[in-house]
Design a protein around this ligand. Structure first.
Ligand SMILES: Cc1ncc(COP(=O)(O)O)c(C=O)c1O
Length: 400
């Protein structure tokens, strides 16, 4: 670390910060190098001990004695994300789901209970509902549009409220401030999955959450070729997460950290364009009789109000609730899209579509879909939005 001169330009606007940060004046490269290391080499035994003492005194300072703890490449990414999140620290994990696990594992123990938003990402549901149960950690799911179902299920054992906003599949926007005040009153830890908004549109730690997760696989990397996750924390939970991270070895590798750092250079530009494109497509979709648009677009909806209250913008992922008693016609409609790829994940430069059936939604308690209602998820990419609208228009002829 000492050989590399990295300058973090502190600017008022983080748009400028993202462009100018982490230049490497030692190697004279605009982007920082990829430092790969399992063994971190020291000049002497004395030097090892000195570094270990520094790490103990300042655990967020980038003092490593073994590659599993990171290298300067992961440290730089953590520093950039800490500024972006306006948090105490950011841990980086090999996948976004690793960050979900780390958050929950850090603050819960056998005998505890957690309360989780019903529309969480389905692997988060499996983790909490099934896997953690084997460790005597019980999960109760709350209805995102009725926070009484959250409040009334709190017991003395409740350790954590886990929010995902908006909810997966149905894009429910919740009253985050209310959830936080319920949690604060009862001294319960809070975590939020903020992958949809990223700290560009919502800063959960500033709002009062203890932990905030982003799948870096999505908008941070932006090019659909990296897996990674970040877990931002406040000072209160830092030591718990730090200990859990060391025990589990859940750490991002330097090559992925490099690609995510490179992706972050254009995060604001890409998200601004995703937002503009999504707005144009949403305008078209909102006029169609068979669709209920699941996106903060219609000003008179509760979802819109909740989004507006907390977010400074909207990303490119949206849902459609389609009313049709002919499921095959829904499948045909989705299959007829030509510019939308079929595949999981989102947040890359390209548009994607998924028909969300039981495999995607999981066993949700408050889904409330009737037999003739179907969910389709669209990720609006960086193509020309007029082409995307024309593509949806031509596919619509299949929908009955
Ligand atoms: C909301 C949300 N959270 C977390 C994850 C998990 O991220 P990763 O795929 O990087 O493990 C995903 C992945 O699709 C997601 O949609």
């Amino acid at each position: 670390m000492s050989l590399i001169v990295i300058k973090f330009f502190m600017s008022n606007s983080f748009k400028t910060f993202l462009k100018h940060t982490a230049k490497d004046f030692h190697n004279q490269s605009v982007n920082p190098p990829v430092v790969r290391a399992s063994t971190i080499i020291f000049k002497s035994m004395k030097h090892i001990r000195k570094t270990q003492a520094k790490a103990k005194k300042n655990p967020t300072g980038g003092h490593y004695d073994y590659g599993r703890q990171g290298t300067s490449t992961t440290y730089i990414l953590q520093k950039i994300l800490t500024k972006l999140e306006e948090s105490y620290h950011v841990f980086t994990t090999p996948t976004g789901f690793g960050a979900v696990f780390l958050a929950i594992f850090s603050v819960t123990r056998p005998g505890d209970e957690i309360i989780v938003a019903d529309p969480v990402y389905s692997p988060t549901r499996l983790l909490t509902e099934k896997f953690l149960k084997e460790f005597n950690i019980n999960t109760i799911f709350y209805n995102p549009s009725d926070l009484k179902t959250l409040e009334k299920n709190i017991t003395k054992k409740t350790k954590l409220i886990f929010v995902e906003n908006p909810g997966s599949n149905t894009f429910d926007f919740q009253d985050l401030g209310k959830i936080l005040s319920i949690a604060k009153k009862r001294k319960i830890f809070t975590a939020i999955d903020n992958t949809w908004g990223t700290p560009y549109f919502l800063k959960p730690i500033k709002l009062g959450f203890d932990m905030s997760i982003v799948s870096a696989t999505k908008y941070y990397s932006g090019h659909s070729d990296v897996m990674g996750g970040s877990l931002a924390v406040n000072k209160k939970v830092f030591s718990k997460v730090y200990n859990a991270e060391r025990i589990t070895g859940l750490r991002l590798g330097p090559d992925d950290a490099y690609l995510i750092t490179r992706g972050l250079r254009t995060l604001d530009v890409r998200l601004d364009r995703h937002r503009e494109n999504a707005k144009k497509v949403a305008n078209f979709l909102s006029k169609h009789k068979k669709f209920k648009l699941l996106y903060p677009y219609k000003k008179n909806s509760n979802n819109f109000r909740m989004w507006k209250k907390y977010y400074s913008g909207a990303s490119g992922l949206m849902g459609l609730k389609i009313k049709s008693n002919n499921i095959n016609s829904v499948r045909k409609f989705v299959n007829a899209l030509k510019l939308f790829g079929y595949g999981y994940s989102w947040g890359g430069f390209e548009s994607l579509a998924l028909h969300q059936e039981f495999r995607e939604t999981g066993n949700r308690k408050y889904l409330n879909l009737t037999k003739d209602e179907h969910l389709v998820r669209l990720h609006i990419g960086l193509e020309d939005p007029n082409d995307l609208i024309a593509d949806i228009k031509q596919a619509l002829r299949h929908l009955k």
